[in-house]
Design a protein around this ligand. Structure first.
Ligand code: G3P
Ligand code: CA
Length: 248
C-alpha cells in the first residue's frame, strides 16, 4: 500500500506562532499537519516541559537554564511576547499539556528528547511513563540525537517507536540503528540522497527529513517519497504534498 508523506509541524507551525506553544500546535492542526514535532526537557523538579534551547533566554522573557527553574517558576515566564505581542500571556507547555490537547486532536507526535548532555537522567523514563498514562504510544515516536539514549529507551520500553536524529552521515549509522531496534531515521534535509534512502529502506527504517521549508526541497522530499517531512510551514507543505501525491 502506498501512503502519503506525513507532515510534522516543527515545534508546531513555528513560522507563524511562537515555537513549542499551544498556539503553534493549534495552528498546525488548523493547517492540517499530520503531526507535531516538539522538544522536551526536564525542569529542576523533573517536570517535562516543551522548549528547544537549554536556556529560556531566546523564547521567553526570562534568563537562565531550564533545568535550574522549578515548574512553578517556569510557568511565570512569558513564551509568546518575543514572537508577537498578540501572544502575550502564552506559557511554556508541559508534556502533559500537549498529551491532553492531543486527546481530542489525535495527531501523530514526534517528541524529541533534548538530553544529549544529560543522557541517562530521568527524561527517558518520565516521557515514556507520560505517553503510557495517556495511551498515546501508537501515535508517538521519540527521537534523539543520542544512540545511548535510544538504547536506554528500548531497554525501558520496546513497544514505542524510536527514531535516530542526525545531521551527519557517519559510516555505519544505519546498520547501528537497525541493531538498536530503531524504527526510522530523521535526517537533516541536506543528507538526503538515493544511497542513504535505499540503505534505510533495505534495513526497514522509515526516512524523515528536517527542517524542510522551501518549495524546491519540499517537492523533492515528496517525490522521493520520504515517509515524513518536518517543517515550520505545514500549510505550504500540505499544499505541495497533495499536489504531488494526490488528495487521497
Ligand atoms: O526533529 C528535527 C529537528 O527538530 C531537530 O533539530 O534543533 O530543530 O531540534 P532541532
Ligand atoms: Ca526538535
Amino acid at each position: 500500500m502506498y501512503l502519503k508523506t506525513l507532515i510534522y509541524a516543527h515545534r508546531g507551525a513555528s513560522k507563524y506562532a511562537p515555537e513549542n506553544t499551544l498556539p503553534a500546535f493549534n495552528l498546525a492542526y488548523e493547517q492540517k499537519a499530520d503531526g507535531i514535532e516538539t522538544d522536551v526537557q526536564l525542569t529542576k523538579d523533573n517536570i517535562p516541559v516543551l522548549i528547544h534551547d537549554d536556556t529560556v533566554n531566546r523564547t521567553t522573557n526570562g534568563k537562565g537554564f531550564v533545568h535550574e527553574y522549578t515548574y512553578e517558576q517556569l510557568r511565570e515566564l512569558d513564551a509568546g511576547l518575543w514572537f508577537h505581542y498578540k501572544y502575550l500571556g502564552t506559557r511554556i507547555p508541559t508534556l502533559d499539556d500537549l498529551l491532553k490537547w492531543n486527546q481530542k486532536k489525535r495527531l501523530q507526535l514526534n517528541i524529541e528528547l533534548k538530553n544529549s548532555k544529560l543522557v541517562g537522567n530521568k527524561l527517558e523514563k518520565i516521557v515514556l511513563n507520560k505517553i503510557k498514562a495517556y495511551r498515546m504510544g501508537h501515535l508517538s515516536v521519540i527521537s534523539t540525537f543520542s544512540m545511548k539514549s535510544i538504547k536506554h529507551l528500548y531497554e525501558i520500553n520496546s513497544t514505542v517507536g524510536y527514531a535516530f536524529l542526525t545531521s551527519k552521515n557517519k559510516p555505519g549509522f544505519i546498520e547501528k540503528c537497525k541493531e538498536l531496534h530503531v524504527s526510522g531515521i530523521h535526517i537533516r534535509y541536506r543528507l538526503l540522497n538515493r544511497r542513504i534512502f535505499r540503505n534505510a529502506k533495505s534495513n526497514n527504517l522509515y526516512v524523515a527529513v528536517y527542517t524542510v521549508n522551501h518549495p524546491v526541497t519540499l517537492i523533492r522530499s515528496f517525490q522521493y517519497p520520504c515517509d515524513a517531512v518536518i517543517t515550520d510551514v505545514p500549510n505550504i507543505a500540505v499544499r505541495y504534498r497533495d499536489r504531488i501525491q494526490g488528495e487521497i
